[in-house]
Design a protein around this ligand. Structure first.
Ligand SMILES: Cc1ncc(COP(=O)(O)O)c(C=O)c1O
Length: 398
């Protein structure tokens, strides 16, 4: 049965909700009226059944230590099969409160201090921290631009993983912030090199449900048995259904020995307990959220197209990369000719816009910003008007 249309245009008041995105603007960036389009949470209410499942669980009144139900595991398995064509075995599924926790856990489980870990900048800032905080060496394989599209630099990748220093590769697919959904061919090429050189792959696939047509997500471990046995797949319902505050992610590790080592470190840091509401929400989301998600992505696609057309027509001096997935736009502001700090100040104080600054994703992000368009169209319109006004003002032009 087709559901009624969800009204993603309806603004949701986030005042006084302890929202990291909306409620601490002045304290965080010093500008009261900056429009927050930074951190990766969306301004939409989640799937109605998810809300109902949480309320239902809350009614009980006892929220003690909790286990995972068969229904919970089945929901994850069915979702992966239906949405991504990937057959997951229940025993492969292990947990973490968040994907970032899982990255840190995996680094501790699979490498030792001093080992090299490969990442592909510009990339999600906690990747750098998972490496440096565990005293490992960051090895960079920057994405390269080919005909206006970010792609893996495979020659450099081969050099780096072949150097003997690299023990782990942290892949981000779909890629935050550039929005690439890597093709099977690209994944195969990288995965084969990792197999050849004994490099384990941690594939952060938290954005894998957020796809624009016709792009298709290929779970890294679904490509071959050898890839499955050499990888850890980090998934969560949190980005897809706007549940980040529920601290629930699902880490899928087909290889028994890798899973044992991962679980062992999870125990060492006492990170094995579950969030009771997160479990209820995850199950309900994967069971009932498909139609909502399809409608959500077509709404965000509208935001994407609106923004791309606006920038092309009215801010042609800036270059925006067309994302294939995620709800981010990656915007090149280098033509403004100002440094990172100045750009940040300009956007906050002149344009009154709070975007993620590109430099936080690595040097490759200098002069860029990441814009979160997981919000009402009216917010995107307002933001772009503010940007146009500030960029095209006589002071900026002069
Ligand atoms: C690539 C990527 N990994 C992980 C996370 C955060 O995951 P969690 O909140 O589950 O730690 C994000 C959030 O933006 C992300 O973009």
């Amino acid at each position: 049965m087709t559901r009624p249309r969800f009204d993603f245009d309806r603004p949701v008041d986030r005042d006084n909700t302890l929202s990291a995105k909306w409620n601490y603007i002045k304290e965080s960036v010093g500008v009261e009226d900056a429009l927050p389009m930074w951190v990766a949470d969306m301004d939409f209410e989640t799937v109605p059944e998810v809300k109902a499942a949480i309320l239902d669980r809350a009614q009980h009144g006892i929220y003690g230590y909790t286990a995972r139900s068969k229904g919970y595991y089945d929901a994850i398995i069915d979702w992966n099969l239906k949405r991504h064509g990937w057959k997951v075995d229940k025993k492969w599924i292990t947990h973490s409160p968040g994907v970032v926790n899982a990255l840190f856990t995996a680094v501790r489980a699979f490498v030792k201090p001093g080992d090299g870990i490969l990442i592909q900048p510009p990339v999600y800032p906690p990747f750098y921290r998972a490496i440096s905080k565990n005293n490992c060496e960051t090895v960079l394989n920057p994405l390269k631009l080919e005909e206006g599209r970010y792609v893996p630099d495979l020659a450099d990748f081969a050099d780096k993983v072949g150097s003997g220093r690299v023990k782990l590769f942290i892949l981000c697919n779909p890629h935050n912030p550039v929005g690439r959904v890597f093709t099977e061919e690209e994944l195969r090429a990288m995965g084969e090199l990792c197999l050849k050189h004994g490099v384990i792959v941690i594939s952060d696939e938290i954005h894998s449900d957020l796809l624009f047509k016709p792009h298709r997500h290929v779970p890294f471990a679904s490509i071959s048995e050898a890839f499955a046995q050499n990888s850890v797949i980090c998934t969560a319902p949190s980005k897809t259904f706007n549940l980040a505050g529920l601290s629930t992610s699902n880490i899928i590790i087909p290889n028994d020995e890798l899973r044992r080592r991962y679980d062992e470190v999870n125990e060492q840091v006492a990170q094995k307990s579950h969030n009771i509401f997160g479990a209820a929400a995850c199950e309900a989301a994967y069971r009932h959220g498909e139609e909502w998600l399809d409608q959500l992505m077509s709404y965000i696609d509208g935001n994407r197209q609106y923004a791309l057309e606006f920038i092309e027509a009215r801010l042609p001096q800036l270059k925006v990369y067309n994302p294939e997935g995620t709800y981010f736009l990656w915007l090149d502001c280098r033509s403004l000719g100002i440094g990172n700090q100045e750009l940040e100040k300009f956007l906050l104080h002149e344009a009154k816009l709070w975007f993620n600054q590109g430099y936080t994703f690595g040097n490759e992000g200098d002069g860029f910003v990441r814009i979160n368009i997981g919000c009402q169209r009216s917010t995107v319109e307002e933001a772009l008007k503010r940007l146009e006004h500030a960029v095209c003002s006589p002071v900026q032009q002069g």
